[in-house]
Design a protein around this ligand. Structure first.
Ligand code: ASP
Ligand code: MG
Length: 404
């Protein structure tokens, strides 16, 4: 069997932890498997390198920043390989380039376009473990790129797809995917299974265990992803196309995201092209807009409210104010201090009344809903930030997710 194992930054954060991870890899090798390991940068290395860059140039050129931060992973891979060799397990480290990871040219958020795994296959044929630096790749012109924060997950799943691996294990510092953040909800349960689409929805609204691109690639190539703890042997959560029948609860999980602010454009003229005039500059500036609510126009004017990440608020406000002026809107108002509270689950599709139950539970708890957005398998409410934790607990209970 070919097994891909990815170890995150916390799992390889110190020499002692690298030794522990290596013992785990060695045990897998001794079971007779061919093992490909993907590693992240040690601990907070990536954060430190970015901070260092910014202390030298507040706006570091994207190309140089990639040349710099890719080194975090380039350091971990040989350390793991030499540790394995010290334990008598044949292994070599490979950079993204050597592993054949070809990407698009967008620095700091490149996408994997193609993997040529010849070198890895040769390594496995020689009976060695391939320890691959995650997060990094190269363009057709051999420019070094990185895949976006958390991108080592994506390297692992993409390699598993390219190698047609039998299993892809993502080792992390949590036990798996939970019905809610266990730090907020004591009764949260670890899920044995979750579907790709549910995981993507959860990630979009605040659950950040896995890089979303990794889940997308898993879905596209049918790679089951096992998210599990690197600190013990217990099984974690399988991310798959279809959860087993008995697991098809209506709501799979509750997520929250607190980095949210809203902007309202008051008195927008009600004619074609207005929304485009407001949102195009935001898109051009790389600011994503989330929940959008536009009222029905009265006397040829309407109000438009939408949410952005709190960290984007200042920049967004400036652009929206300029746009509001050109289209002749009355004024722009903004507010921080809000949060997204979401329920996610494919079971919602065939079950009427879920939205009503959610809104009733929040109302009974005195939580005001400011905006609502939905997808087929998700309902998100924007609420005051200081009420979101209470909201998570209440919804967890309402949808029968508490521990039996
Ligand atoms: N080291 C990179 C980061 O911190 C990539 C990763 O860990 O997956 O974002
Ligand atoms: Mg990660």
């Amino acid at each position: 069997m070919i097994i891909v194992q990815k170890y995150g930054g916390t799992s390889v954060g110190t020499a002692a932890r690298i030794r522990r991870v290596s013992r785990r890899i060695a045990a897998t090798v001794k079971q007779g498997h061919k093992v490909v390991v993907v590693v992240s940068a040690m601990g907070h290395t990536t954060d430190r390198l970015i901070a260092l860059a910014q202390s030298i140039n507040p706006e570091p050129p994207a190309r140089e920043l990639d040349m710099l931060v890719a080194n975090g992973e380039t350091i971990t891979a040989p350390l793991v390989a030499m540790c394995l060799q010290g334990m008598g397990i044949p292994a070599i480290s490979l950079s993204g380039l050597q592993a054949g990871v070809r990407t698009s040219a967008q620095h700091s958020r490149a996408r994997i376009e193609d993997i040529k795994p010849d070198r890895i296959l040769e390594t496995l044929r020689d009976g060695k473990v391939a320890v691959v630096a995650g997060f990094q790749g190269v363009t057709a012109d051999f420019e070094v790129t990185t895949l976006g924060r958390g991108g080592s997950d994506t390297t692992a799943v993409a390699l598993a797809a390219a190698l047609k691996a039998d299993s892809c294990e993502i080792y992390t510092d949590v036990d798996g995917i939970f019905t809610a953040d266990p730090r907020l909800v004591k009764t949260a349960r670890k899920l044995t299974h979750i579907q790709y689409d549910e995981m993507l929805e959860l990630a979009a609204v605040g659950a950040r265990v896995l890089h979303p691109r990794a889940v997308e690639i898993g879905e596209l190539y049918g790679v089951p992803i096992h998210v599990r703890s690197s600190f013990h042997e217990g099984v974690g959560t399988m991310i798959v196309a279809q959860v087993p029948m008995e697991d098809r609860q209506r709501v799979r999980g509750i997520a929250e995201e607190s980095n949210v602010a809203k902007i309202t454009v008051v008195g927008v003229p009600d004619r074609p092209g207005i929304a485009a005039a407001i949102f195009e500059p935001l898109g051009a500036a790389g600011i994503s807009v989330d929940v959008i609510v536009q009222n029905i126009g009265r006397s040829r004017r309407t109000d438009l409210t939408f949410s952005v990440a709190q960290s984007d608020l200042k920049a967004a406000e400036k652009l929206v104010k300029a746009a509001a002026k050109t289209i002749g809107a009355t004024r722009v108002a903004s507010a921080g201090g809000i949060a997204k509270l979401s329920i996610v689950g494919t079971g919602m599709l065939g079950t009427p009344g879920i939205a009503g139950r959610m809104f009733r539970a929040l109302a009974d708890a005195g939580i005001n809903i400011e905006m609502i957005s939905t997808s087929e398998i998700r309902i998100t409410c924007l609420v005051a930030r200081d009420q979101v934790e209470k909201g998570v607990r209440i919804l967890h209970k309402t949808f029968d997710l508490d521990l039996e």
